[in-house]
Write a protein that binds this ligand. Sequence first.
Ligand code: PLP
Length: 225
Amino acid sequence: MESIESRLKAVVASLPPQVTLVAVSKFHPVEAIREAYDAGQRIFGESRAQELVAKAPQLPADIRWHFIGHLQTNKVAIVVPFAELIHSVDSLRLLRVIDREASRHGKCQDVLLQLHVAEEETKFGFAVDEIADAIGEASSLENVRLRGLMAMATNTDDTARVRADFLSAKAAFDNVKKSLSVDSCGQFDILSMGMSHDRDIAAECGSTMVRIGTDIFGERFRKQN
Ligand SMILES: *Cc1c(COP(=O)(O)O)cnc(C)c1O
């Protein structure tokens, strides 16, 4: 099998320059993360609170950890101290808890709202028509900074469907950006979409940040959430 370093370099080379890479290291050991780190990668994504908290202290302090999985409110307190960006805010309740914990840590937590555009009914996130309310709420909270949106496309081989999902996320992103009159707390500039199998389509549809696991680290052998 190819090394993590060569896979990482191939992924980086394939991305348009305006797209930021989050290397999704969930279920992979710290040794694998260190290999990618040594090859120059600094942003890593984890999807489970306990796993993030167990790994982060064993790794270099200049790693920028992104939390990308469904976050339970009772795990927010352990995630906030580590997370540069939380991609997966899927309820107003979660947003308020993040605000409270960030305030306790004297930090302004960067977050993305997770948008529900896929066909699957089980996917977490806000519907497109719920986003405006969520934005209003976010702007009233002092310790969260809304940086953009995150979306996952329908898990299908039908590329037209995937493209349609990503394009509705992009449209929602552009609408919000237009509606934000005064940028009170930082900029709204991140559209996180695209995984190993659909990252090219995501990039074509306006993604600014992709979350890639398998193409860098290989298959995950433990159960995923
Ligand atoms: C696991 C995961 C990824 C990465 O998926 P790959 O197919 O391994 O690239 C991206 N985003 C989220 C939210 C994930 O949970």
